[in-house]
Write a protein that binds this ligand. Structure first.
Ligand code: ZN
Length: 203
């Protein structure tokens, strides 16, 4: 999926609730980043405790080399992430996002991001190391896309009542209902089946 200028894969494995491991396609790279911490009512473990955690996350996610994070980068990353989280939760509930969070995302998006590049030149692509600040800018620019008018009504909460997972619905018909079919979709199907069965028995 294109993220501003560079192409980055979206989605991650989660272990929540009863220790069940499940694949979560958030639909957005900026949302994936938001899930490195607490977002909405979903209890996810904080992943960014130290600068090294941020370095690792960026290394895993960005196809090009990104330099090591320092304390200041971690501070910036968490501030950006928490703004994205609050905006995503607000948008999923049809509420207005906070102007201060918009300012924060815009601030990071306004700094230089990781530039796109082609293979096949005389200088080997991928040789230069990008800075953490550039990576954060790329994430912020993806957040600008995420919260832009094209995705109005597409940032939603899982339809299962007890699940608070927020995602971007990228389906063509805007018909996605679940955080994951495997996790909530199937549970809801089973419940509906039982309810129908119980209804028949009662009748
Ligand atoms: Zn769910």
């Amino acid at each position: 999926m294109p993220v501003s200028t560079v192409s980055i894969a979206v989605g991650q494995w989660f272990t929540t609730g009863e220790g069940v491991r499940w694949w979560f396609d958030s639909g957005s790279f900026a949302l994936d980043f938001a899930y490195t911490g607490q977002i909405g009512g979903l209890r996810t473990d904080e992943q960014l405790h130290a600068p090294d955690d941020l370095t690792r996350w960026l290394h895993e996610r960005f196809p090009m080399p990104v330099g090591a994070a320092r304390s200041r980068d971690l501070f910036d990353a968490v501030a950006l992430r928490d703004a994205i989280s609050r905006m995503a939760v607000a948008a999923s509930q049809g509420e207005a996002v906070r102007a201060a969070d918009v300012d924060l995302v815009n601030l990071y998006a306004a700094t230089p991001d990781i530039p796109p590049s082609l293979l096949g030149g005389t200088r080997q692509a991928g040789r230069s190391v990008q800075t953490v600040a550039q990576a954060l800018s790329t994430i912020a620019r993806d957040a600008v896309d995420l919260f832009g008018p094209a995705n109005a009504e597409r940032i939603r909460c899982c339809s299962s009542g007890d699940c608070e997972v927020v995602y971007l619905d990228t389906s063509r018909a805007a018909s996605r209902r679940w955080c994951s079919m495997q996790r909530c979709g199937n549970r809801a199907k089973v419940r509906a089946h039982r309810a129908r069965k119980a209804g028949r028995v009662a009748a």
